[in-house]
Write a protein that binds this ligand. Structure first.
Ligand SMILES: *[C@@H]1O[C@H](CO)[C@@H](O)[C@H](O)[C@H]1NC(C)=O
Ligand SMILES: *[C@@H]1O[C@H](CO)[C@@H](O)[C@H](O)[C@H]1NC(C)=O
Ligand SMILES: *[C@@H]1O[C@H](CO)[C@@H](O)[C@H](O)[C@H]1NC(C)=O
Length: 384
């Protein structure tokens, strides 16, 4: 009896330490699984994100990445105290209507520090690209995407005023699914400066002056990756170093600007849905649409104040921001001559196409009058 009593504790001890080891291992496995899940769960598997893996370290203000960051971001050549009276008037609208929100103005120096602080450790290729680019318009486009990616919040150009508290912006039906809000700038045959988009057939372009995003969203990664590729391609096509490149305005628009944003969105949406998504999926929408985490708001939301084309300026509360369209950089960017020439060339192509189309459509047009209704030819507010 005594011998069995003596013998039994030894294997018991062994079993319990075995169980302990197993449970510690189990806990480690669960923790590792959770970490990798929270790391990758937000990323659709259909994409190759290997070049830009999500990094928890860059989610500075919002580690979960699942909440809207309550912060307004703007970029300015001058600090707030040295801003023009006009800019300050628009600037104040954000504070007045969103008293609980943070508000940060990034000057050139702060932008550089921002990029270093947020990307040096985790995404050095982004930091490298930002510092390689010397053209300040390309940088201005880049920084808004980078801030939305790293911190999230609402980015606005200085010539944009707030019309409605940001807390009301996210459409109720998408409260659980939305990660990014984008607006429509132009939805018309021809844009405000005669530019055409999608092979010169129609023009549909997303707004670049206001972007709302949660941090670390898949589309923002896609966009950043895309514009970096575009910059490299442009430099290669011009046979110039990225640092020496001085792109023309049309080049800016398709490389990093609103046309690049729009194309990237269509490609992202196509990839995500396995369908072919073009402007046709979003033209003249009157209700917000969502693809993945990206909500496209109807033109009144962000586009009002610029030219609302067919939609008209509605006083129904659907206008969220007012864009005053200062367009300041165009005047002092590059030499003035080519811009006029480029513009004229586009105008001529446009007129030629209009003429050809009118001739083709003559018999039908008389009955329907559709084209004139679609293209009321509102005078653009500006575009200096
Ligand atoms: C933003 O888009 C507008 C409209 O297309 C364009 O005129 C402006 O130059 C863009 N701004 C930047 C910084 O790309
Ligand atoms: C998906 O994205 C890639 C990379 O941007 C692009 O080359 C490809 O055409 C897209 N696929 C579809 C179906 O749109
Ligand atoms: C976009 O439009 C095409 C053509 O009508 C359709 O097949 C596709 O399903 C649409 N995609 C989305 C995401 O709405």
């Amino acid at each position: 009896m005594a011998s069995t009593r003596k013998a039994s504790p030894v294997p018991k001890l062994r079993i319990s330490s075995f169980i302990k080891a197993i449970s510690i291992l189990g806990i480690i496995v669960v923790i590792l699984a959770y970490i990798s899940w929270s790391h990758f769960a937000r990323i659709p598997t259909a994409f190759d994100y290997q070049k830009l893996p999500p990094s928890t370290e860059i989610q500075a203000d919002n580690p979960s990445g699942q909440e809207w960051t309550q912060k307004v971001w703007q970029t300015s050549k001058y600090p707030v105290t040295a801003m023009s009276e006009e800019d300050r008037t628009h600037f104040k609208t954000w504070a007045v209507l969103n008293p609980d929100w943070g508000h940060e103005v990034l000057t050139d120096e702060i932008m550089e520090k921002y990029v270093r602080d947020h990307f040096h450790q985790t995404q050095p290729q982004i930091e490298e690209m930002y510092f390689a680019v010397n053209d300040y318009i390309l940088r201005s486009d880049l920084i808004r995407y980078l801030v939305m990616l790293a911190d999230g919040g609402v980015y606005n150009d200085l010539d944009v005023g707030c019309e409605k508290p940001i807390s009301t912006w996210v459409p109720k039906q998408f409260e659980d699914t939305a990660g990014i809000l984008l607006g429509v700038e132009v939805d018309n045959k021809y844009g405000p400066d005669g530019r055409t988009f999608t092979n010169g057939e129609d023009l549909f372009e997303l707004v670049n002056w206001t972007i709302m995003s949660k941090p670390n969203q898949p589309f923002m990664w896609f966009l950043v990756q895309r514009v970096m590729e575009n910059i490299k391609k442009l430099a290669a096509s011009k046979n110039e170093a990225i640092s020496e490149m001085v792109p023309t305005i049309p080049e800016v628009l398709v490389t990093t600007g609103p046309a690049a944003l729009t194309t990237a969105f269509f490609d992202y949406a196509s990839n995500l849905t396995g369908t072919i998504v073009t402007y046709k999926n979003f033209t003249k929408i009157t209700e917000p649409q969502i693809v993945g985490e990206v909500v496209i708001l109807p033109i009144q939301a962000f586009g009002a104040g610029h030219q609302v084309q067919w939609a008209g300026l509605k006083q129904d509360g659907s206008q969220l921001v007012h864009h005053y369209f200062a367009g300041s950089w165009k005047g002092d960017h590059h030499d003035g001559g080519w811009q006029d020439a480029e513009h004229k060339a586009l105008e001529e192509t446009k007129k030629k196409k209009e003429k050809e189309k009118a001739e083709k459509e003559k018999p039908d047009k008389a009955d329907e009058g559709v084209t004139t209704e679609e293209n009321p030819g509102l005078a653009p507010e500006n575009n200096s």
